[in-house]
Design a protein around this ligand. Sequence first.
Ligand code: ZN
Length: 166
Amino acid sequence: MIRDIVRWPDPVLAQPCAPIEEVTKTVQTLAQDMLDTMYDAPGRGLAAPQIGISQRMFVMDVAWKDGPAEPVVCINPEITWRSETQVQSGEGCLSIPGLLVDVVRSAEVDLSWTDQNGVSHTSRFDGFASLCIQHETDHLDGIVTLDRVDAGTRDALIAEYEALSK
Ligand code: ZN
């Protein structure tokens, strides 16, 4: 089921999310709804607070826009390592539509997570997947791209965003 996407500055986007205690049917349904909503948007990543649910889960599919879908559901994800090498890129966000924000992030990360079947995984990611993971994990900590730039840049971007929303 496609859910409504919450837009910044909704307070749910600034709130740290609670861990998910158990992968129940409700959690599995939520994961499927998040994938449906992400594909519909269309996007390549979506975190639970973006549909108003303050729980530690995100979904991503970095492949589907260029080939077959590869949906990944990350429950209680934890970044356990970040490379010292950093990259800067313009990041969009489904909750801040129309705005690209230049964010500096680690080029590679290690991620541990539980999937929708309750199976634990650990893997290293690079390229777009690494940036997407850091972006979505930020959402679970109540952080958006606008919180990753200096105050002057942030003010200019917010003015741009407000002009777009008029
Ligand atoms: Zn986002």
